[in-house]
Design a protein around this ligand. Sequence first.
Ligand code: ADP
Length: 311
Amino acid sequence: MTAGERVGACTTFALALRGVVKRYGEIVAVDGLDLTARAGTCLGLLGPNGAGKSTTMRLITGQTLADAGEIEVLGFRVPRESKRARAAMGVVPQLDNLDEELTARQNLAVFARLYRVPRAERSAAVERALDLAQLRKRADTKTDELSGGMRRRLLIARGLVHSPRLVLLDEPTVGLDPQVRQELWALIDALRGEGVTVLMSTHYIEEAERLADEVAVMSGGRVIATGSPEQLRAAHAGRDAVEYYGPPVRLAEIESIALEAGLATRRTGPAVSVLRAELMTEATSARLGRGYRRPSSLEDVFVSLTGEDVE
Ligand code: ADP
């Protein structure tokens, strides 16, 4: 990042980390992290468990202090200006810590006050957040009577009540059923539509693929690849993959033929996928036999880069 690209009210980045290191004793949780998010976009932090995603989130909010490096959030230096940075950002935690005793509306009102939304604007801010989370009809329902999906939407709405310009979502749909996940995706997408910058950590490939304008693949505390899902596919998985099915012996044979031909493979459930199939010669194709061609996916990228399987 050059001086001209520094974050700030009128510049490009809502978030910038440079050379950030965080150690816990012997463990290096974040190991020289460089990361930027352009204002108004959704940046997805994608990585397996232990990659350093949550630590990165905590460093950005100032909940934990870096051992080295620079962090700038909406033009504020963290940790020096953490207080001002925190006031300007919205944080949606992974764990549901809503107040069970209160209604949806009351939960939002408490946070509107905490975030110092001016008294005259509080009620409008709460109603706006209720609308965004599509909870107006349940506004007066106590939190412990809301469904899991509604609670999660309320948790997101709570982080938005002060109209932050940057929202941090830590694994927003972890453990939710597919239908609720889809509802939350629509909500997150709507946020970006409003010009809010979103930083989302996830280990769900599909979530990153659907929502993120840019994906930073994290492993071992570092960003090992970054780009739009499209760019990542082109750079790390090529255009097509071909899936081959068969008994284990056959799959092992496919892998060794592909290896000889210099093509990467990965196991995909009961099949072996041969990547960069567009580079396959006719001779190799004939040796491999009949397979099913498909476009390459972000999952191919993730597995190729991290060596980790996906859920
Ligand atoms: P992710 O969110 O990608 O799963 P984390 O940021 O939670 O990864 O963890 C990164 C590494 O740092 C892991 O090895 C984890 O065990 C370690 N770690 C995270 N927080 C702490 C902590 N408070 N104390 C000790 N080790 C930690």
